[in-house]
Unconditional design. Structure first.
Length: 121
């Protein structure tokens, strides 16, 4: 099929590879989790917001994706997914520990103590 200058690219030439789509999906969950952990600003509200339960869910979704794609990823894709999961888990644990330390300073009934989710596996 010929392409004229005014028509723009055809759907085939504009489409992303499966590799690019996979990496984009992982990055999407990574970005969501980092926002939910309060590490980056929410671009819609322009505020730092924390939602540890949703952060845990985002991490668990990436773990499920890793489990379900086991044996089907390239070495690069697998390493990238492992790196993202490790980074998010470390940040999650750091946030839970920070909440626990703040709760200990403020007494046993401090904020975040009762509602702190278990770290994702």
């Amino acid at each position: 099929m010929n392409e004229s200058k005014n028509e723009g690219p055809t759907p085939d030439s504009a489409s992303l590879s499966e590799r690019d789509m996979f990496l984009g999906l992982v990055q999407s969950f990574q970005s969501a989790a980092m926002q939910q952990l309060g590490k980056v600003m929410n671009p819609f509200t322009q505020k730092i917001e924390r939602d540890m339960a949703h952060a845990k869910l985002s991490i668990e979704m990436l773990q499920m994706l890793k489990t379900r794609t086991s044996g089907n990823l390239t070495t690069q894709e697998g390493r990238f997914l492992d790196h993202v999961l490790t980074e998010l888990r470390l940040n999650f644990v750091a946030e839970v520990e920070r909440d626990n330390a703040e709760a200990a300073k403020g007494g046993a009934s401090g904020p975040g103590q009762e509602d702190a989710p278990e770290p994702p596996s």
